[in-house]
Design a binder for this molecule. Structure first.
Ligand code: AMP
Length: 623
């Protein structure tokens, strides 16, 4: 059995290499790996703090100093109030966006967003420098890479990065580019809900069929995604949400309550940003405290601030109901009933609020998965995916799509696609073919990868011969060719003659492969050559049909020449000769013309003979 390499995605990887999983979040970012010894997904945490605090969560905040140098994370977060114009937060919200896209929320950002060309991608101005959201994300990713290298004491060059399920191609590409700029090879961009499900082990069993709802309520965004896992492939059935709804709104609700209950003074707050900031921090502390206890009380700038749990729940009820409305819409879009959801996964720091958990459990009518740290699940899942890609976990699935079409060569050198590009794997496709010549005993099956119409421009992956087809007239054999790509990206091509059961197969294994550049070139070639390919395909098809007609006519004459007049025989021979000759030339129209001519000559006598046959059959005789 021949084994030939195709690269379903990015090529095979060396086992020793450490690939990290990165949750590049709106508020916080995190890195995780599979621990080489325990084999557990583990969040990378600073051991000695690197002078940057020992937390695992890295705030997705950048502070630009006057010198132009940037600090990222906890240190930068301190400047949100002190130096808002030079401190960038929520850069993820700007990914792949134009000013027009964010116009309604421009007030949300305290830094300068350029609106000169509202149609083109946004830029942020800091001092006299301009940064694209890709630049900004790359600064965060560079910091994460450095931290990972510091902790792991080894270079980190490859990563899996997560994005929200609703990110479009431009936003995904922007994330990929940010990784590249940070010196990371981004092996895969995966959906955050997919990663979260993986962290709970959902989808790791290849035979599993499950429908999962992933409820993600963070600091500033909410989304709900409905996923279906079939044979290890994750499909996003629907997604809904509100990109400006999250735990920050809970904090604001608490502050508003303190103002309305005269515990805080609105005028004082508005005139003093640092008072506002301490009130906001107190509100966040209150919220977190109420996730554990029934009551919160503190002193801030000489004022006593308090709130109890039931008051807090009353304040956020409306916000939570909005998230449940999104859940209803997501179910509707997916065409599912609540009872069809098999599992619910909780993601995001705000799902720690007991009222949120209670509301979601009540809505879906079943227990939710919340045993893991909701801030960490996405990064943990990304690490699991990274480990699968590293080839360390062969038992697990590979979630992927085929980057190029796969097919076989049919007569005339044409590419017949069985599995189109971008098909999810694992996948299967089959089609029937037949023999071209009477008594044909073997059939050559050549497997190609690529987008061009003629196989000569595509990449040959494998070839084998199905032999032992029993003697039959041309067109009678039924050869089924099936392509199967399993979850590891291994393609098996099988050919079976259905009448006789003769069978042959070949496995095409991912050992070496195409680089991303190869794939890109093959795709761009198919676009550049689209016009000439259409012509080549048309010529190929005209030739095939011409040959077919010659064969049918020949067979017809062998059986029926006695019923034809001398003139008819002569005209037919001439027309056949002309068609035969046209097949050797590169002129599709000429072939079609000769094809039509032969058809017109043979049509009258073919009909006459058919009529005679019918008539004699009616008399009980056969011819
Ligand atoms: P994320 O964007 O997923 O990092 O979520 C951050 C949000 O979770 C912030 O609004 C936090 O205030 C909130 N959060 C973190 N811990 C808790 C907690 N124990 N109780 C309530 N909210 C929390």
């Amino acid at each position: 059995m021949a084994k030939i390499g195709i690269n379903i995605a990015t090529g095979s990887l060396q086992k020793e290499e450490m690939i990290v999983g990165i949750d590049l979040g709106t508020t916080n970012s995190l890195i995780a790996i599979i621990h080489p010894e325990s084999r557990e997904a583990t969040i990378l945490k600073e051991v000695d703090g690197m002078g940057k605090g020992a937390g695992a969560l890295v705030p997705s905040v950048i502070h630009f100093q006057e010198t132009g140098s940037a600090e990222v994370g906890e240190l930068a977060k301190d400047y949100l109030v002190a130096d808002p114009g030079n401190t960038i937060f929520s850069a993820k919200r700007l990914m792949g966006k134009s000013f027009n896209d964010i116009r309604d929320h421009a007030g949300f950002f305290s830094y300068k967003i350029i609106d000169e060309n509202p149609e083109s991608l946004v830029k942020v101005q800091v001092g006299n420098k301009f940064y694209s959201p890709i630049d900004l994300s790359s600064i965060i990713l560079k910091e994460l890479k450095q931290r990972a290298e510091h902790i792991l004491k080894t270079p980190v060059n490859k990563a899996v990065i997560t994005v929200p399920a609703y990110f479009n191609d431009a936003q995904r590409q922007a994330t990929r580019d940010a990784g590249k700029l940070a010196g990371l090879e981004v092996l895969r961009i995966i959906n955050e809900p997919t990663a979260a499900s993986l962290a709970y082990g959902l989808g790791l069993d290849r035979n599993e069929q499950k429908t999962i709802a992933v409820y993600d309520l963070g600091g500033g965004t909410f989304d709900i995604s409905i996923l279906r896992i079939t044979d290890g492939v994750f499909e996003v059935l629907s997604t809904h949400g509100d990109t400006y709804l999250g735990g920050d709104d809970f904090d604001r609700a608490i502050m508003d309550y303190w103002v309305s209950s005269n515990q805080l003074d609105a005028t004082e707050l508005n005139s003093n940003p640092s008072d506002m900031q301490s009130a906001r921090l107190a509100a966040e502390r209150a919220k977190k405290q109420l996730s554990k206890g029934e009551h919160f009380e503190t002193m801030v700038d000489g004022r006593r601030l308090s709130i109890d749990k039931s008051t807090f729940e009353g304040l956020i009820e409306g916000l939570i109901n909005r998230t449940l409305d999104s859940c209803k819409l997501a179910l509707k879009d997916a065409g599912l009933k609540i009872t069809e959801i098999d599992a619910i996964v909780m993601v995001g720091g705000s799902t720690r609020v007991p009222y949120v958990k209670k509301a979601v459990t009540g809505f879906f009518g079943r227990e939710v998965n919340d045993s893991l740290n909701p801030d960490e699940v996405v990064a943990l899942g990304a690490a699991i995916q990274a480990d699968i890609l590293a080839g360390n976990n062969r038992d697990f699935l590979l979630l992927d799509i085929t980057p190029l079409s796969l097919g076989i060569e049919t007569s005339g050198g044409l590419m017949d696609v069985l599995i189109p590009r971008n098909s999810k794997i694992p996948t299967r496709a089959a089609r029937q073919y037949t023999t071209q010549v009477d008594g044909q005993a073997g059939m050559r099956i050549s497997v190609f990868q690529g987008e061009r119409d003629l196989v000569q421009h595509n990449r040959k992956l494998a070839e084998f011969i199905l032999s032992g087809i029993p003697g039959m007239p041309a067109g009678l054999a039924k050869v089924e060719i099936s392509f199967m790509i399993d979850a590891d990206g291994i393609l098996t091509v099988r050919a079976k003659e259905l009448r006789s059961g003769v069978e042959q197969s070949i496995e095409v294994k991912p050992q070496y492969g195409l680089t991303d550049a190869d794939v890109e070139r093959m795709l761009s070639d198919s676009i550049t050559h689209a016009e000439s390919d259409i012509q080549a395909r048309a010529l190929g098809e005209a030739r095939n049909e011409g040959e077919q007609l010659l064969k049918t006519t020949e067979r017809f004459l062998q059986k029926n020449s006695a019923h034809l007049t001398h003139q008819e025989l002569l005209d037919t021979a001439h027309a056949m000769q002309a068609l035969q000759l046209s097949l050797t030339m590169e002129d599709k129209n000429l072939i079609l013309e000769k094809h039509t001519a032969l058809n017109e000559i043979s049509k009258p006598y073919a009909e006459r003979i058919m009529d005679e046959a019918v008539a004699s059959a009616m008399k009980g005789k056969s011819i």
